[in-house]
Design a protein around this ligand. Sequence first.
Ligand code: FES
Length: 145
Amino acid sequence: MEISEKLSRNEFLKNMGLKGAALVAVYCAGEALTACSNQGVAPSGPVDFTIDLAASANAALTKVGGYLIQNTTVVAQVSQGVYVAVTQICSHEGQRQVVYQNGEFYCNAHGARFSTAGKGLNSNGSHGLTVYTAQLSGTSLHVFS
Ligand code: FES
């Protein structure tokens, strides 16, 4: 797309009353994602909650490789007794589709991959993933940012 065409489109969208995130979203859709950046993805706010590992509702966390999602956070047992918590919101395009599988965090939207340290493992994951503290005390797992 030519710059002049972009500018006129910008004016057009502005005239429609779109600005900020909505404008970015329109651009992203129109640019086949090549011009999209995740720099504007806002953090989901402070995270601070506790998971009772003894509760049956949280049984997924009692085995290595198991995970659950709570408060927009993916919490996984990555190795025996070691828990990692990351935001569920992907840094690629801000979709809430991050899960834990095959020893890494993965976004179902476009396949971004992240290590358990939050490091990007492919181009869509290149901006990394926010990792929270997950502190185990007895059967109580405290997750906080
Ligand atoms: S939003 Fe695109 S890979 Fe997650």
